[in-house]
Ligand binder design. Sequence first.
Ligand SMILES: [Zn+2]
Length: 98
Amino acid sequence: MNHNTTTPHPDVPTMRAATVATITAHDCERWVCVCGNTPHSSGFCMIDSNGDDTAHAPERWVEPLYKCDGCGHVIDAATYDDTTHTVAVVGRLPRRAH
Ligand SMILES: [Zn+2]
């Protein structure tokens, strides 16, 4: 594997800074991303801390991280706040090219 020389996020080489700190969360699973994506439109996929899709490897899904399939923002579901109705965006991954 080749190594990137630029690592904006020390733990996740492919992760870039998010453009927002939080998104709206009507409840712990009903999110509205900044791109307008919801669980019922493009949806959110489970990823591990390397940004890899864990749909076929649930044993690697040790942190409740989700990637927005609309824009690539990474959401940490553990940060859901039922007072402010937000959930934190921890970074952004490039969208898959296909
Ligand atoms: Zn989005």
